[in-house]
Ligand binder design. Sequence first.
Ligand SMILES: *[C@@H]1O[C@H](CO)[C@@H](O)[C@H](O)[C@H]1NC(C)=O
Ligand SMILES: *[C@@H]1O[C@H](CO)[C@@H](O)[C@H](O)[C@H]1NC(C)=O
Ligand SMILES: *[C@@H]1O[C@H](CO)[C@@H](O)[C@H](O)[C@H]1NC(C)=O
Length: 387
Amino acid sequence: MDSESGDIICKQMSPDTTGGGGGHQLNPNQNRYFSGHLLRAVLLFTMVTLTCLVLYQPSATPFQLLPQSIYSFSFHHANNISTKAGNGELGLKQVLKRAAMTDKTVIITTLNEAWIEPDSIFDLFLESFRIGNQTLWLLKHLVVVAMDQSAFNHCLGLHLNCYFLKTEDVDFSGEAHFMTPGYLKMMWRRIDFLRTVLEMGFNFVFTDADIMWFRNPFPHFYSDTDFQISCDSYRGNPSDLNNAPNGGFNYVKSSNQTIEFYKFWYQSRESYPRKHDQDVLNKIKYDPFIREIIGLEIKFLDTVYFGGFCSPSKDLNLVCTMHANCCAGLDNKIHDLKILLDDWRKYLSLPENARKSQPPSWSVPQSCGPASFRRHTPRKRNGGTRK
Ligand SMILES: *[C@@H]1O[C@H](CO)[C@@H](O)[C@H](O)[C@H]1NC(C)=O
Ligand SMILES: *[C@@H]1O[C@H](CO)[C@@H](O)[C@H](O)[C@H]1NC(C)=O
Ligand SMILES: *[C@@H]1O[C@H](CO)[C@@H](O)[C@H](O)[C@H]1NC(C)=O
């Protein structure tokens, strides 16, 4: 999942450089735009500090436009369960059960305060399910894992399946936690959390919220592996370990192999201190332990179906998801994601024969892309720099 991200910071206010649902967007090529971790840390810290000043204003939700039936997806007991210390596991199981498809599969995303502002990434994420081709039904299988109280309350207000993932010993009320032990602990908390989901017998699609869903991805998953992951760049062979994985989107089936793999991944943080989970995955993917001892084959998803601003899914007749990866700056990200959704709407409005014979392509990235790493400036108070 996330790598560099400022994701979890300060209620995750920094989807920015790092990205939003994580920092899943940097592919190795983009890294040269930074002069290293220090610069990145300073940049992020600055952005985080600034973005934390942004005021939260409750907004209209996309669900106001939806039929009443969507409201039945709400998780009524969330408050009760989630606020009871020591009862988290029970709560989680109930949320998962409620959200799961008949084969015990759920869709999981994480949410933090930064992503719930009006006109936010999370609104766009939900919007994509509404305008995607037959994707609305997937929302009732979505579990929103809230990383802070505001995000949790927001989720409950939207009548989604919500779970509050608390991290003991880490106080997220301030912004000073980026790259501290507490911050990294939180990042890794997700990997540990997803292992728990697998241990409870649930399969999941993990998706960052800056990934737009346009088509049902399930028909495009491989049936012969229990762990598959999207890519910043895809080399043409799903088994090629040199593919650059992006932890923002993966499909994992519950099995002894995947449970062991998540334990191994989590433990590997000790071998690579001060690295995020995606960076560590990029190292351990070559470890023969995974294939030979655990018996798991990692497979990589084709960007034709699961694309992003690093490598767009150019054929709109085929695209399932598009990730705002390779993008610095929350405002840049929102700007381009809005255009992305507009492109999709235009595509849908074309007559079927035009869609088939001359499908249009995306008009993004514009603000995103490698250049965004050079010209990015942190957003101003009250979102003044928003486009
Ligand atoms: C909370 O939920 C549990 C089980 O879901 C139930 O047994 C308990 O009575 C509830 N507590 C409150 C205070 O509602
Ligand atoms: C949407 O899905 C339906 C059913 O699978 C299909 O017939 C239709 O062509 C799809 N439309 C687009 C734009 O992909
Ligand atoms: C793990 O393996 C045991 C037997 O070795 C089996 O009974 C169990 O169902 C497996 N669990 C999963 C989640 O596949």
